[in-house]
Structure formats: C-alpha cells, structure tokens
Design a protein. Sequence first.
Length: 215
Amino acid sequence: MVQETTNVQKIRFLRLNQVFDRALKQSLVKFQDWEKFSSCFPTYSKTKDGITHLMNCQKQVVQFWIGLNHKEFEELLVDRQVKEKLDELDELLSEANTRLEYKINNESNDEKEKDSDIMDRPISELTPNELLDCNLYTERQGAIEKLDERLKKVRNINEGLLQEIMQLETDVKKDIKEIDDTYSRFFGQKILDAPDKELTEGLHDMLIQEGEYNR
C-alpha cells in the first residue's frame, strides 16, 4: 500500500517570493545610487544640511516604493490564490512521485508477465490465487487511472499558474519600465536642463519644513 505523503516540502511559493524580491531590488538600484540622486542638487548636496535632508528624502522614496510594490504583490497573490494553488501543486507532484516509486519498486517484470498470462486465460481455468492476483491487477489499473487523472489536474493547474506567473512577470516588467522612465526623467539628460520652478520650490519648502521640524 502506498503511504500518504507527509511533510511535503512546499518550495514553489517560496521561490516565487524570492524572484519578486530579486526583481524589486534590481528595480531600486538606480534610486539607491547617491551620486546620481545628489547630482540633481549639485549645490545643496554639498552642504551639511543638504546631505542630511537629501539622504532622508532618498530613503523615504525607496521605502515608499518598496512598500507600494509589496502591497500590490500581496494583493495579487491573495486575489489569485497563488499560495494555495502552488502548495496544492507541490502536494500533488510529491504524491505522484511517491506512487511512481512504489510502483517501480514493487512490480517486477515477472509480475507483469504473470498478470498478462492470467488475463489471457478463461476465468474457469484460474485458481483462487490467480483470481486474487487478477483482482489486484484490476485494482492497480484503477489506481493508475486515478493517478493519471490527478496528474492531468496537476498539468492543468501548472498551465494556469504558468499563465498567471507570466502575467505577473509582465506586470513586474511594466513597473521596472516605469521606474526606468522616472529615472530617465529625473536623473538622465534632464539633469542638464533648467529645473521645473514649481517642483523645485515645492521640494525646497519641504526641506525647510523638515529642517524646522527636526530642530
């Protein structure tokens, strides 16, 4: 008898989270580059207060982006029940492997030939032991059919998850593109252009308010 699968190592959901974390870190590299960030404020970043305030602003931007992406990612996982589906996939694959190993280890070539010989003879010529073997063969075939059905279910789940993961990858690439566009806008060629007066005044007021608050 095949033992029930216990202590299944559920790794697919963990790996998905690891992939997301790596993608998020990669998208933040440019924002975390102090030299490029401070170059937007070449004069202010050379003062003691300017360094302190700008580093704090940079830290807040990074923390905000990390929090926002984690929130959206968690909502996506919950909405599509990704963890439940990946855990079920781990369990089904583990059970399939266990049953396959059991079948390989417990059914020799002699047994297969014996089963074939029994099935080719009339029932009236079979001994009680052979009838029992025939019944066991039928049960094994039924178990194999059930396993095939479960494997088919696994494939369907896997295909569905693949589509969802591909969509997730598309969403992540879209976020990275938005970050790159933002980077190009604020840290690219436009650094050499005259700054937006309203934006500059707003940032200046924010830094002054922060300085007064920290006194």
